[in-house]
Design a protein around this ligand. Structure first.
Ligand SMILES: Cc1cc2nc3c(=O)[nH]c(=O)nc-3n(C[C@H](O)[C@H](O)[C@H](O)COP(=O)(O)O)c2cc1C
Length: 380
């Protein structure tokens, strides 16, 4: 399909999504609709015909968006952030929805029901979500078996990132138990992934975020280094947007020691002291996504890029709704982009729209490939 037709197709789907689908979805409990979408997506991913039809409605390809990072080739920079496909059930359909990579999880050492319901809320005025899932997932053993079967059955179309975290329970509150839990997930999932993310910033787990403390992080990364079977396995740390600069500096230092590939900036914010929160008296439990986290994530990307240049790969995440949002993060230093909330508010065609918009913005700046835009706005 030519550029013009793709943009007409995307506009048409956007009108249907925002005019009909979203008003219906937003009347239903957010977790129920999330579960329904997972079931539908899993079904669509099972058959080649349904995959082709999905591709017809959502695909977009352009060589200008392709880049190889840490030895992995990404057809475009837009990836699904961790937390949407918690149990890795959508890996066969998401490439047809135009994602250039998919991060599944976060997956924990043991299976976990997560926090008591309700645990997901919309903040439509702020274009955000409050997330209090608490790492609900089937656990590393079950998911690894399922991914292994899929790998044998079908060739992967885009890179697969696997996010790991520690099981949300009292038993992992003690540091050595938490490290053992991360290591269990790491060793089971490393052979199945193109990159691994160590999520040290879940705002909703028992015991808080102990591994933002560098002393504990050092211990964790030391144990993970021991069980790595591939020295060149790209490994990312997912950071909280609420970290102070001094905390970031220490995390960067320890990441150098263990040859961490890069950082995902960022996870959900816990702070309620944010000018972008429009709704009054929102509840205190849970992390905030979308537009509320956008500036915090942008600030973190530029801070790390200014300090470290091309030493680390940055994945920008938080409040990406449009091509302009993604391009801004790239120009601040991100090589890749993750999103969830933008897709929920704007519709599934937004991935194709963002990719097509990125090509337009590259051409406007006289650039030939997305890699040329990385950090363009930052001098270091
Ligand atoms: C429903 C939901 C569940 C999430 N669960 C996880 C998770 O399990 N692990 C993780 O690293 N981040 C998780 N996140 C955070 C996202 O990956 C992302 O960092 C954050 O939502 C900001 O991106 P966005 O504004 O595009 O949504 C979750 C976010 C949402 C909305």
């Amino acid at each position: 399909m030519c550029e013009k037709l793709i943009s007409i197709r995307n506009k048409f789907i956007k009108i249907i999504y925002k005019g009909i689908c979203r008003p219906i979805f937003f009347r239903i409990d957010p977790e129920a609709i999330h579960d329904t979408m997972i079931k539908r997506g899993k079904f669509l991913g099972n058959y080649s015909l349904t995959k082709k039809i999905t591709g017809f409605f959502f695909s977009y390809k352009n060589k200008k968006l392709q880049q190889t990072i840490a030895g992995v080739t990404f057809p475009n920079p837009i990836g699904l952030a961790a937390g949407f496909d918690k149990n890795a059930e959508l890996t066969q359909i998401l490439p047809h929805v135009c994602f250039g990579h998919v991060e599944v999880g976060s997956i924990t050492g043991e299976s976990c029901f997560g926090n008591p319901k309700p645990r997901l809320w919309r903040l439509p005025k702020s274009q955000s979500l409050i997330v209090y899932y608490g790492l609900k997932n089937k656990g590393a053993e079950i998911i690894a078996k399922e991914l292994e079967l899929l790998k044998q059955k079908e060739k992967r179309l885009v890179p697969l990132g696997i996010s790991i975290a520690k099981t949300n329970c009292k038993e992992t509150a003690e540091t050595s138990a938490a490290i053992a839990d991360y290591c269990k997930a790491y060793s089971l999932l490393e052979p199945l992934s193109d990159y691994i993310t160590i999520n040290i910033s879940c705002p909703n787990a028992y015991g808080g975020q102990p591994f933002t403390n560098v002393h504990d992080l050092d211990k964790l990364l030391k144990e993970i280094a021991k069980i790595k079977t591939r020295n060149d396995m790209p490994t990312f740390l997912k950071l909280s947007p609420d970290l102070a600069d001094e905390e970031l500096d220490k995390i960067i230092e320890v990441s150098r020691k263990y040859k961490i590939t890069g950082f995902i900036c960022s996870n959900l914010t816990k702070s309620r002291d944010n000018q972008k929160i429009i709704e009054k008296n929102i509840q205190t439990a849970g992390g905030l996504s979308g537009k509320i986290v956008q500036d915090l994530a942008d600030k973190q990307i530029s801070y790390i890029y200014k300090k470290t240049g091309k030493e680390f790969v940055i994945i920008g995440c938080g409040g990406v709704f449009t091509a302009e949002d993604a391009y801004r993060k790239i120009k601040l230093g991100a090589s890749l982009i993750h999103l969830i909330t933008g897709m929920i508010y704007e519709g599934p065609q937004s991935i194709s729209e963002i990719n097509q918009g990125l090509v337009r913005l590259l051409e406007k700046d006289g650039l030939n490939n997305i890699s040329e835009a990385i950090g363009k706005e930052i001098s270091y």
